[in-house]
Design a binder for this molecule. Structure first.
Ligand code: ADE
Length: 273
């Protein structure tokens, strides 16, 4: 997967050299490029913002600067085509034509704009984005990016635009949200996690529950003992205990998730505690 991050603070993204995402980049599993938006300015002060039409506090990021930057990163050399590829939408699908060839499906390019006024970013969104060929993250600052940018690229047949919010709070800009999105997506890419089983039981997975509590050595710490069942060696009892813990934890912390459970996600031994 190719990921481009556009920001006026590229150093925020330095953390993406670390840990599993850094390793995925070095292993060639993720082609991640961070760009300084000011490289597309032409004035001496490298200006990216201006005052809002209609008045009000703060500054708004200019669409012309964003447009030049986004046109460049979205038009970059062709992305790796999936094996055995045929045109996605038929021969005359505009996205196939935009890709410049009939032998490969058009690459799926997603322009992601982190904003507190976006749709909620969830594990399901991360899973969907992990299937894209290119993600372009546009990190806004100040009062945000001129709304015509999302409108313009949203009208393009070769780009999907998604405005996403991490949650109901306001950050100073999109950079921290971009770090979150890149990490949440990159760990889902094939080969990135050392042990893909780690994806199976985690919170916000297929079970629709928060994860159960976990313990390791020493068996007694600060006077607290590891729950006895976990050292019993009885796999069935361990599995039942973990499921009960997940249900109780989810019911207490996230009743909305319990209410959203599908009957097929419940097991006959599940009970209301
Ligand atoms: N930018 C500022 N606040 C944000 C939030 N809550 N989510 C995503 N991007 C943001």
């Amino acid at each position: 997967m190719r990921i481009d991050v556009l920001t006026i603070f590229p150093a925020y993204l330095d953390a993406l050299d670390l840990s599993l995402v850094g390793k995925a980049r070095r292993d060639g599993l993720l082609d991640l490029r961070v760009h300084d938006l000011r490289d597309w300015t032409t004035d001496r002060h490298r200006t990216v913002d201006d005052t809002p039409f209609g008045g009000g506090a703060g500054m708004v990021m200019r669409p012309d600067i964003w447009g030049k930057a986004l046109d460049d990163v979205l038009a970059t050399e062709s992305l790796p085509a999936p094996a055995g590829a045929t045109p996605a939408g038929g021969l005359d699908h505009p996205a196939s034509a935009a890709a410049g060839g009939l032998d490969h499906p058009a690459p799926r390019r997603v322009l992601l704009v982190p904003t507190p006024s976006g749709d909620r970013f969830t594990q399901a969104v991360a899973e969907d984005l992990a299937g894209a060929d290119q993600l372009v993250l546009a990190c806004g600052r100040y009062e945000g990016i001129d709304a015509r940018v999302a409108e313009h690229y949203g009208a393009s047949p070769s780009v999907e635009v998604r405005e996403v919010s991490l949650g109901d709070y306001v950050l100073n800009g999109g950079e921290v949200a971009a770090l979150v999105v890149v990490e949440a997506v990159a760990r889902l890419l094939p080969g990135v996690l050392g042990n893909p089983d780690s994806l199976v039981e985690e919170s916000h997975g297929a079970a629709g529950l928060l994860e159960y509590p976990v313990y390791t050595k020493p068996p007694v710490w600060a006077g607290l003992e590891v729950p006895e069942v976990l050292t019993s060696g009885h796999h069935g009892k361990v599995a039942r205990w973990r499921r009960d813990q997940a249900l109780v934890r989810t019911a207490r912390r996230r009743p909305d998730m319990v209410a959203a459970l599908d009957p097929h996600q419940l097991d006959r031994a599940d009970r209301v505690v």
